[in-house]
Design a protein around this ligand. Structure first.
Ligand code: NAP
Length: 177
């Protein structure tokens, strides 16, 4: 199975955080939806999933849409503490997420965040490709994507593609070999 990590970075290299006063750009959300539809799935951390489904952050239009933007997509939520979340599959480890999607016949798994999840997959060398959307924003102290949280090490990657998404976002795609 091919695993693709999809993330938005700030222009100064942080793992971008969003909130009501700093929402994600429409172009990035549309790109994520298209990639989730193409893969037929996405893997997400429990905290990011709760943010995505928080009624105070979802538009009236989306709340009225019973199908939702991810109808028909296998959503896999990673949590060590929660057993059950309606409408999604909850797993306890990155490897379990991949095994579940593999067993369902998926050929690609899309790893959608947040930072904890991305770093778990990167540390365990379970990522084949990364897609970084560099957003036109700078941050102060924030989150980072790391292949090793405790030690310095590096890994060369190969640039596969680079394209503007609109609204000053640049999308970079790299293969990890
Ligand atoms: N830049 C982007 O593209 C992007 C995308 C999404 C989110 N975000 C940002 O990321 C932030 C949220 O990220 P986060 O790191 O705080 O949370 P997260 O990765 O969304 O979720 C963390 C939770 O996932 C579970 N978890 C983490 N590692 C695990 C592992 N190895 N095995 C099993 N379960 C595991 C734990 O859940 P339990 O506590 O339930 O055990 C943990 O508390 C927000 O600020 C959001 O805006 C950015």
């Amino acid at each position: 199975m091919k695993t693709i990590l999809w993330a938005t970075l700030t222009a100064n290299g942080n793992y971008a955080q969003s909130g009501p006063d700093n929402p994600p750009k429409t172009e990035a959300l549309e790109d994520f939806s298209a990639k989730a539809k193409a893969a037929g799935n996405f893997i997400v951390g429990r905290k990011t999933f709760q943010e995505m489904t928080d009624p105070s952050r979802i538009s009236q239009e989306e709340q009225g849409n019973t199908e939702g933007p991810f109808a028909g997509i296998d959503i896999v939520v990673l949590s060590k503490n929660m057993e059950n979340i309606p409408g999604v599959t909850v797993v306890k480890s990155p490897q379990e997420a991949i095994s579940y999607l593999q067993q369902k016949g998926h050929l690609t798994a899309l790893i959608s965040g947040g930072a904890d999840i991305h770093n778990s997959f990167l540390e365990q060398e379970l990522v084949n490709e990364v897609i970084f959307n560099v957003a036109p924003v700078l941050e102060g102290k924030g989150l980072n994507l790391l292949i090793d949280k405790d030690n310095y090490r590096f890994k060369a990657v190969r640039l596969l593609d680079c394209k503007p998404l609109g609204s000053d976002i640049i999308q970079l795609r790299y293969a990890l070999e």
